[in-house]
Design a protein around this ligand. Structure first.
Ligand code: NI
Length: 168
Protein backbone atom coordinates (compact mmCIF):
# COMPACT_ATOMS: atom_id res chain seq x y z
CA UNK A 1 0.00 0.00 0.00
CA UNK A 2 1.12 3.53 -0.58
CA UNK A 3 0.10 7.05 0.26
CA UNK A 4 -0.30 8.84 -3.06
CA UNK A 5 0.29 12.51 -3.88
CA UNK A 6 -2.90 14.55 -4.07
CA UNK A 7 -3.20 17.11 -6.88
CA UNK A 8 -3.96 20.61 -5.74
CA UNK A 9 -6.29 23.11 -7.32
CA UNK A 10 -5.71 24.89 -9.70
CA UNK A 11 -3.81 21.97 -11.26
CA UNK A 12 -5.33 21.51 -14.75
CA UNK A 13 -5.26 17.71 -14.32
CA UNK A 14 -8.14 18.07 -11.85
CA UNK A 15 -10.33 19.00 -14.82
CA UNK A 16 -9.76 15.85 -16.83
CA UNK A 17 -12.83 13.64 -17.26
CA UNK A 18 -12.18 10.14 -15.91
CA UNK A 19 -12.82 7.06 -18.04
CA UNK A 20 -15.01 4.16 -16.92
CA UNK A 21 -13.19 1.18 -15.42
CA UNK A 22 -13.36 -1.68 -17.94
CA UNK A 23 -12.58 -4.49 -15.55
CA UNK A 24 -12.40 -4.54 -11.76
CA UNK A 25 -9.15 -6.46 -11.48
CA UNK A 26 -6.17 -6.60 -9.13
CA UNK A 27 -4.81 -3.32 -10.53
CA UNK A 28 -8.04 -1.54 -9.60
CA UNK A 29 -8.14 -3.20 -6.16
CA UNK A 30 -4.59 -1.98 -5.55
CA UNK A 31 -5.64 1.53 -6.60
CA UNK A 32 -8.60 1.33 -4.19
CA UNK A 33 -6.30 0.27 -1.31
CA UNK A 34 -3.83 3.06 -2.06
CA UNK A 35 -6.62 5.62 -2.36
CA UNK A 36 -8.11 4.50 0.97
CA UNK A 37 -4.72 4.76 2.65
CA UNK A 38 -4.22 8.23 1.13
CA UNK A 39 -7.68 9.37 2.26
CA UNK A 40 -7.21 8.12 5.85
CA UNK A 41 -3.70 9.59 6.05
CA UNK A 42 -4.77 13.03 4.80
CA UNK A 43 -7.18 12.78 6.74
CA UNK A 44 -10.27 13.17 4.56
CA UNK A 45 -13.74 11.69 4.17
CA UNK A 46 -13.60 11.10 0.42
CA UNK A 47 -11.19 10.82 -2.47
CA UNK A 48 -11.64 10.43 -6.21
CA UNK A 49 -9.00 8.79 -8.43
CA UNK A 50 -8.74 12.06 -10.39
CA UNK A 51 -7.21 13.66 -7.29
CA UNK A 52 -4.30 11.22 -7.37
CA UNK A 53 -3.87 11.73 -11.13
CA UNK A 54 -5.51 8.46 -12.14
CA UNK A 55 -8.27 9.27 -14.60
CA UNK A 56 -10.54 6.30 -14.05
CA UNK A 57 -13.93 6.28 -12.34
CA UNK A 58 -13.07 5.17 -8.81
CA UNK A 59 -14.11 6.79 -5.51
CA UNK A 60 -13.47 5.93 -1.87
CA UNK A 61 -15.43 7.42 1.03
CA UNK A 62 -15.71 7.09 4.76
CA UNK A 63 -18.06 9.48 6.52
CA UNK A 64 -18.24 7.46 9.75
CA UNK A 65 -17.00 8.95 13.04
CA UNK A 66 -14.99 5.82 13.83
CA UNK A 67 -13.36 5.84 10.35
CA UNK A 68 -14.14 2.18 9.90
CA UNK A 69 -16.76 2.21 7.14
CA UNK A 70 -14.87 2.37 3.89
CA UNK A 71 -17.14 2.62 0.87
CA UNK A 72 -15.87 1.98 -2.63
CA UNK A 73 -17.66 3.13 -5.78
CA UNK A 74 -16.43 2.06 -9.20
CA UNK A 75 -18.13 3.62 -12.23
CA UNK A 76 -20.63 5.42 -9.95
CA UNK A 77 -23.73 6.93 -11.49
CA UNK A 78 -26.39 9.03 -9.85
CA UNK A 79 -29.67 7.53 -10.96
CA UNK A 80 -32.06 9.67 -8.88
CA UNK A 81 -31.88 12.98 -7.06
CA UNK A 82 -34.37 14.63 -4.72
CA UNK A 83 -36.00 17.92 -5.67
CA UNK A 84 -35.17 19.30 -2.26
CA UNK A 85 -31.70 20.72 -1.95
CA UNK A 86 -29.48 21.45 1.00
CA UNK A 87 -26.60 23.82 1.57
CA UNK A 88 -23.49 22.27 3.07
CA UNK A 89 -20.10 23.72 3.86
CA UNK A 90 -17.71 21.73 1.71
CA UNK A 91 -13.98 21.32 1.72
CA UNK A 92 -11.64 19.26 -0.45
CA UNK A 93 -8.24 17.60 -0.06
CA UNK A 94 -7.29 19.23 -3.38
CA UNK A 95 -8.25 22.68 -2.09
CA UNK A 96 -6.61 22.76 1.34
CA UNK A 97 -7.83 25.27 3.89
CA UNK A 98 -10.82 26.43 1.83
CA UNK A 99 -14.39 25.76 2.94
CA UNK A 100 -17.51 27.20 1.40
CA UNK A 101 -21.20 26.57 0.98
CA UNK A 102 -22.50 24.52 -1.93
CA UNK A 103 -26.13 23.70 -2.64
CA UNK A 104 -26.89 20.19 -3.89
CA UNK A 105 -29.79 17.74 -3.96
CA UNK A 106 -30.45 16.51 -0.42
CA UNK A 107 -30.87 12.84 -1.36
CA UNK A 108 -29.45 10.75 -4.18
CA UNK A 109 -29.57 7.18 -5.35
CA UNK A 110 -26.22 6.02 -6.69
CA UNK A 111 -25.44 2.88 -8.65
CA UNK A 112 -21.89 1.53 -8.81
CA UNK A 113 -19.67 -1.54 -8.69
CA UNK A 114 -17.88 -2.56 -5.52
CA UNK A 115 -14.21 -3.63 -5.35
CA UNK A 116 -15.22 -7.13 -6.45
CA UNK A 117 -17.02 -5.82 -9.52
CA UNK A 118 -20.44 -6.52 -7.99
CA UNK A 119 -23.14 -3.94 -8.77
CA UNK A 120 -24.99 -2.24 -5.93
CA UNK A 121 -27.34 0.64 -5.39
CA UNK A 122 -27.24 3.01 -2.44
CA UNK A 123 -29.69 5.61 -1.26
CA UNK A 124 -27.79 8.39 0.47
CA UNK A 125 -28.71 11.53 2.36
CA UNK A 126 -26.92 14.04 4.58
CA UNK A 127 -23.14 14.06 4.53
CA UNK A 128 -22.92 10.83 2.54
CA UNK A 129 -25.06 12.32 -0.26
CA UNK A 130 -22.93 15.46 -0.32
CA UNK A 131 -19.74 13.45 -0.40
CA UNK A 132 -20.86 11.11 -3.20
CA UNK A 133 -21.87 14.07 -5.37
CA UNK A 134 -18.65 15.95 -4.59
CA UNK A 135 -16.51 12.94 -5.55
CA UNK A 136 -18.46 12.14 -8.73
CA UNK A 137 -17.90 15.78 -9.70
CA UNK A 138 -14.15 15.14 -9.42
CA UNK A 139 -14.49 12.25 -11.89
CA UNK A 140 -16.20 14.66 -14.25
CA UNK A 141 -13.34 17.13 -13.86
CA UNK A 142 -15.24 19.46 -11.55
CA UNK A 143 -13.91 20.89 -8.29
CA UNK A 144 -16.39 22.30 -5.74
CA UNK A 145 -14.98 25.83 -6.00
CA UNK A 146 -16.47 25.96 -9.51
CA UNK A 147 -19.89 26.37 -7.85
CA UNK A 148 -18.68 29.58 -6.19
CA UNK A 149 -18.61 33.07 -7.70
CA UNK A 150 -15.89 33.98 -10.20
CA UNK A 151 -14.46 36.42 -7.70
CA UNK A 152 -14.18 33.76 -5.00
CA UNK A 153 -12.66 31.31 -7.48
CA UNK A 154 -9.93 33.72 -8.49
CA UNK A 155 -9.18 34.57 -4.84
CA UNK A 156 -8.89 30.86 -4.03
CA UNK A 157 -6.63 30.28 -7.04
CA UNK A 158 -4.22 33.03 -6.10
CA UNK A 159 -4.22 32.02 -2.44
CA UNK A 160 -3.35 28.41 -3.29
CA UNK A 161 -0.73 29.38 -5.88
CA UNK A 162 0.93 31.58 -3.28
CA UNK A 163 0.82 28.72 -0.72
CA UNK A 164 2.43 26.39 -3.28
CA UNK A 165 5.37 28.77 -3.71
CA UNK A 166 5.87 28.88 0.06
CA UNK A 167 5.76 25.06 0.25
CA UNK A 168 8.39 24.70 -2.46
NI1 NI B 1 -12.75 17.00 -3.24
Amino acid sequence: MAVLDILRYPDPRLHRVAKPVREVDERIRRLVRDMAETMYAAPGIGLAATQVDVHERVIVLDVSDARDELRVFINPEIVRTSDETKVFEEGCLSVPGIYDEVERPDRVVVRALDENGKPFELEADGLLAVCVQHEIDHLDGRVFVQYLSRLKQSRIRSRLLKAERVDA
